[in-house]
Design a protein around this ligand. Sequence first.
Ligand SMILES: O=C(O)CCC(=O)C(=O)O
Ligand SMILES: [Fe+2]
Length: 346
Amino acid sequence: MLPQARAPHPGEIAIIDLADIDSPDPAKRARLAEEVAKASREVGFFYIVNHGIPAASVGRMFQSAEEFFSLPADDKNAVSISRSKLFRGYIPPNHIGVDQKLKANLQEAFQIHLDLPADDPDVAAGKPMHGPNPWPAAMPSLKPDMTAYQGQLWSLGQRMLPLFALGLGLPEDAFSPYFTKPMIMLRILHYPPQAPDDSTESIGTRAHTDTGVFTILAQDTVGGLEILTKGGDWMTVPPIPDSYVVNIGEMMKAWSDAIFSSTPHRVVNRYGLERYSVPFFVNPDYDTIFKPLVTNPAPTDLPQFHSSLDRTKNIKIGEWMVDLYSRIYPSPYKTAAAEKPLAAAQ
Ligand SMILES: O=C(O)CCC(=O)C(=O)O
Ligand SMILES: [Fe+2]
């Protein structure tokens, strides 16, 4: 049997209208920031509308996803993540990374980061996570379409960062220094449907927290995203037309000293249709050292996941991401830490 989830109560997941995001009126920006902060504290997930990304751009990404995942396996495997030292490319369904304690995901994925040319100084120096994206020869439109969309979503992400800063009582530009050559990531995902009596251990995406600062997710009309509420039950995040789902990741939780909640979530496609989604992850520069930028008077932490970040250890975030990615992906890049299964793996 598939695990169960309940529907949200009306208003339980806030729908935040971003119309005032660029308002010249500081009071309007502050009001919006407080809405974002409240949802980030209480749920860790919210919807945004009036975000400024044209529906046609989002539609093109879903078309691209359908087209890419329909390619013959050989064409997809030509850009397999197992050939990439930069954790980019195609991840087949049911893959298992180094850590055998982690359950396989049913999803298949294709992911890119910032595309950097060979003459970029960090690329030339062989800095991990920095370099070019791989593209499938069988689908020439994917490169221009995903690259353009990633640019649009990164602009939206940069417009949203001041809201989180303001919501924590920090100056609006408090996060800017950490995003000069960011490790942003765009993924397209495909989930096959699962029958209600499916007895496999696997689901679309196993329970996890997002590792980044925050995530901006486009989901199609099928549904399947579910979050673990503070009350301990699983709740669906139903699709709302023309919205994005935004959620707090481990890095924002660390910066906010756990004032903002990096809420565990999963995907169970129990709806009988193929599902596609397009998450964009706002990740900072490789060299960012993570420590809280504010003090939480009453920190409470949820259960630990394989994706949890310890904010007390002044971690250099790029190294932490490389360890985690080489643990969860079938990658040729293996760090010593990634060879050791995590005690907290779920
Ligand atoms: O596909 C989704 O709706 C969510 C995927 C997700 O949680 C992730 O990629 O981190
Ligand atoms: Fe996620």
